[in-house]
Ligand binder design. Structure first.
Ligand code: FMN
Length: 250
């Protein structure tokens, strides 16, 4: 069983590719939050696929892991595959610790470099067309390697940690969780044509259209799917998204 979380489709694509090559099923985490019980076959492997957020793990994924029944992964092969624009920081260690709290053991973990979707801070933008194309071209090979290792029940980690990993995960990630995940600054302009794509794509169903324009509730994960999917580029976030690019997995 492959549990996944995804905003702009990179991690969803990874989960689906793994499911095909490992003859497995995918389960979208937001649609099973508060479901602690899953029926697993004997010797079934358990995978978690998610994007990296601020050199850490999206809180919704940690919340999901914490609520699963302790018995679920006892003595099972457990792995993660995370997608990131560039680097994971110490997110792999964070994952390992979060499953150890449940007395489970993480057998393997991998990162896959995918097009970047983070645009909310100065200096952060989507990749150039060329970089995006190169990342999308290289990802299938990387996934083939990962899925054959997973099929053989490989033990180990292969993640792109990047520089100053300790500083980024231990200091910046907590600030992101405290201050960076908020729907308050989202707005839509009069370019909005009421197509409802933002409403449909939101993983936590946090957006509703009121008088033909989106309103954001409190369950935002900061995945930015609404911002990136809008065909009219009508969604913005405070002053941060002026002149920023859009990306959604093709
Ligand atoms: C809130 C947020 C924080 C991010 N932080 C990082 C990061 O620390 N390192 C990184 O390489 N990419 C970062 N990214 C980029 C995503 O991890 C990357 O684009 C990922 O593939 C998106 O997956 P998705 O399409 O499944 O949502 C961040 C994206 C978001 C939305």
């Amino acid at each position: 069983m492959i549990f996944y979380f995804s905003g702009t489709g990179n991690s969803k694509w990874i989960a689906q590719q793994l499911a095909v090559s490992m003859d497995d099923n995918t389960v979208f985490i937001p649609s099973v939050l508060d479901t602690p019980n899953f029926a697993l076959k004997k010797d079934e492997k358990i995978g978690f696929v998610f994007p990296i957020y601020s050199w850490g793990i999206p809180p919704i994924v940690l919340q999901f892991i914490a609520q699963l029944k302790d018995e679920l992964c006892e003595n099972r092969y457990l792995y993660f595959v995370c997608s990131c624009g560039d680097e994971t920081g110490l997110a792999p260690m964070q994952f390992i610790k979060s499953v150890e709290k449940k007395k489970w053991k993480c057998s393997a973990g991998f990162s896959v470099i995918m097009p970047n979707n983070y645009v909310l801070l100065p200096g952060f933008d989507v990749d150039s067309d060329e970089v995006m194309r190169k990342k999308l071209e290289e990802a299938p090979n990387r996934l083939q390697t990962i899925s054959s290792l997973l099929r053989e029940s490989y033990i180990g980690l292969d993640c792109t940690e990047g520089s100053y990993a300790y500083f980024k995960t231990k200091l910046i990630y907590p600030l992101f969780v405290k201050w960076g995940i908020s729907p308050q600054k989202f707005y839509s302009t009069d370019m909005c044509n009421g197509c409802r794509r933002c409403e449909k794509v939101c993983p936590t169903k946090n957006i509703v259209l009121v008088d033909k324009s989106p309103e954001w509730g409190r369950k935002c994960t900061s995945c930015l799917a609404c911002f990136h999917i809008c065909p009219m580029k009508a969604i913005g976030y405070g002053g941060a998204t002026k002149n920023k690019g859009r990306y959604f997995h093709p």
